[in-house]
Design a protein around this ligand. Sequence first.
Ligand SMILES: *[C@@H]1O[C@H](CO)[C@@H](O)[C@H](O)[C@H]1NC(C)=O
Length: 100
Amino acid sequence: MKIMGRKHLVVVVALVVLMGGIEALTLCDMDDDGLMACKPAVTKPNPEAPSPPCCEALSGANLTCLCGYRNSFMLPSLGIDPDLAMALPAKCNLTPPPNC
Ligand SMILES: *[C@@H]1O[C@H](CO)[C@@H](O)[C@H](O)[C@H]1NC(C)=O
């Protein structure tokens, strides 16, 4: 029974990652190219400085919407660290929304 339960969990996790991946294609007006460009900057343990393509994508993104993901399981499921993600606009010289 335990093994069956574990299998079920794997399916659920795979589904969540898959759904997260689909949503990521248009996450807050950032397309997947932008997200991939930013990924090295928001991944622990060794985040890089955000690249110009990343900041460009971020400047066109809905930052208010991104803030809404702050406490979501979505970002970690994509391998994104929420704290690093929230610090990203400032690193790109963008102004994040007030209550972010
Ligand atoms: C940005 O996202 C917020 C929250 O999802 C939404 O209310 C707002 O309309 C969006 N703004 C734009 C410019 O798309």
